[in-house]
Design a protein around this ligand. Sequence first.
Ligand code: PLP
Length: 400
Amino acid sequence: TTVIADRLSVVKPSPSMAAKARVDALVAEGRTIIDFTIGEPDFDTPAHIVEAGIAALDKGYTRYTAAAGTLALRKAIAAKLLRENGLHYAPTDIVVGSGAKQIIYSAFTATLNAGDEVIVPAPYWVSYPDMVALHGGKPVIVTCSADDGFKLTPQALARAITPRTRWLILNTPNNPSGAVYSLGELTALIEVLNRHPHVWLLTDEIYEHFVYGGVKHVAPVSVDTSLQTRTLLVNGLSKAYAFTGWRVGYGAAPAALAKALTLLMSQSTTCPSAISQSAAVTALNGPQDCVQEAAHMFEKRRNRIVELLDAIPGIECLPPDGAFYVFPGVAGLLGQTTPTGKVLGNDIDVMNFLLDEAGVACIDGTSYGMPAHLRLSFATSMDQIEAGCKAIAQAIARCK
Ligand code: PLP
């Protein structure tokens, strides 16, 4: 007998949390580890936003807010969606959560009946399948190969849709692959969705501002605004404003879904932190140079890490169009023998080998639904990128 409910059995601990625990354990033993597992910007929240948080405390904005978030913040989000994405949403269509993650989780609580299917293109952010399963839904994983740029094709989408399909999740820019859907690719996917009006679209655009090489982020629903009646657009401040610990994300949805999400907020967290919401208004309405600066910095690091990793025999690293991860293929390393006599049988072996032999932490692609790959975050300093890639190259050179 156990106190733990049956439904918990379908949930796995987050692999990034597990990776962090491995790194912490080695560091506690006195080892130096170069950490490429980090899923957040490595710099502080911009000063003018921090000051807004402090001002919120001084002004006594320390009480419960409306469950959907303050009107000031929902207006700032509506203004952002119009300014940056050309989308028209009323403040009543917007729900603020304690991170984008809470919005996505609540969306499944609000909409999934047992056995409902959710199409999850792989590689995927690890939380989607588990959140779906936790709600009795069925994640339908559709593998998107490197040859297709790790992107869902209209053919694969059409094959995956059944009468039970409730949602398609599109994460652009994608964690972990960095794939960014172009206008043309979105148009083709939307043509399929238009043939299946029972399928709703959940777009996770949390990495929107980190796009490289002249690539532009396109909000999928902006391609065909008639889809707004069955789309939940999810975004947040975590990545763009180095705001992860403040916990503010949001969803924009048809009013009935927004209302259901608000009901769940009111019966779970009541509302996101009032202080954080106040700072978020300043982040969204204030100057945006900090976002541009972060994007430029990430682009330089992305160029360098791709160059260094791709030069290593056995590793194939394509430049990601967005987010702050590279997702190199390591099929070329499989079958090799390490200096201690172990055979690298899969990407998890490679991850463990790099941790032990190179002192470099990254995450296996298997965790993201795509074996024979690794995810490395470049939200870390150029020095760490240089040193880490050098250590990886040296360790791999010792394999046979
Ligand atoms: N969506 C994706 C694809 C992410 O990678 C993350 C964070 O790692 C989130 C959502 C969650 O963001 P938030 O901090 O707003 O909950």
